[in-house]
Design a protein around this ligand. Structure first.
Ligand code: HEC
Length: 229
């Protein structure tokens, strides 16, 4: 390919910037030049071009986006769907059955009761009675639920020692499940041994006593006498 072919216009007079003062090429010549130009495509070259790389990146990006989309919008297409031993709750998403949990109860006890009865459950002599080894704690569940829901005011005897204090209606501000966890904990801590308490039992007692005033301990004992040891 010679220089003349590549630049067929080179030896023709050029137009000035204004385009005036020189003759343009004839129509026939223009057609000839165009046909030469369109035959005269570039030879393949070495080196790299940006386009294929961009396409690869776009493709990877699309794949990544598709993965994200599937992860976020796969709905119930959970990996546990075919695992018969998987916990039901993760499939149905429904409410999980209540289980009395002493560990949860301990946390709630520390937050709601330990200021008076102490983390040791031993109380404070002369002021707050002990919950450790107390028949009030390990006996009737109705009695302790009522005490926690409504509170106490007046003279009480615990493990042979008399107290005359005031316990607010702490349980009134707690949920049934929370009260059940706390009572389950105090019935099993510090050497106490008694059955756990269910949230449904707390709900039942709460409904029965309503929004009543604090109990006088002697009155509560008339409803639920202390068990013989
Ligand atoms: C503000 C202090 C205070 C807090 C908080 C408190 N109590 Fe009491 N509690 C008392 C007092 C005082 C008595 C004794 C009441 C009396 O003298 O009539 C008592 C009595 C009791 C009794 C019966 C007596 C015994 O020692 O066995 C139980 C059971 C009991 N509380 C459990 C709890 C639980 C569970 C909590 C937490 C949900 C709690 N209390 C929070 C002050 C408190």
């Amino acid at each position: 390919m010679n220089e003349r072919n590549r630049h067929p216009d080179n030896n023709r007079p050029r137009r000035g910037p204004s385009g005036a003062g020189s003759e343009g090429p004839s129509d026939g010549r223009l057609v000839e030049v165009h046909s030469q130009l369109s035959r005269d495509k570039d030879e393949p070259t070495e080196g790299f071009s940006l386009t294929p790389i961009l396409i690869v990146f776009l493709f990877c990006g699309f794949g990544f986006w598709a993965g994200l989309y599937l992860t976020r919008n796969s709905g119930d297409f959970a990996p546990t769907a075919f695992d018969l031993n998987a916990p039901k709750a993760s499939l149905a998403g429904g409410p999980v059955a209540f289980e009395p949990d002493a560990a949860k109860g301990e946390k709630l006890f520390l937050a709601n009761c330990a200021a008076c009865h102490q983390a040791t459950g031993l109380g404070v002599p002369g002021a707050f009675p002990p919950l450790a080894k107390s028949g009030w704690v390990t006996g009737s569940e109705d009695r302790i639920i009522k005490a926690v829901l409504a509170g106490f005011a007046g003279e009480i005897e615990v493990n042979g020692v008399k107290y005359n204090g005031n316990m607010p209606n702490i349980g009134a501000g707690l949920k049934d499940a929370q009260v059940a966890h706390i009572i389950t904990y105090v019935r099993q801590a510090w050497g106490n041994v008694a059955e756990p308490v269910m949230d449904t039992k707390v709900a039942e007692v709460r409904k029965a006593i309503g929004n009543r005033a604090q109990y006088i301990p002697a009155d509560l004992l008339k409803e639920h006498p202390l068990e013989a040891k």
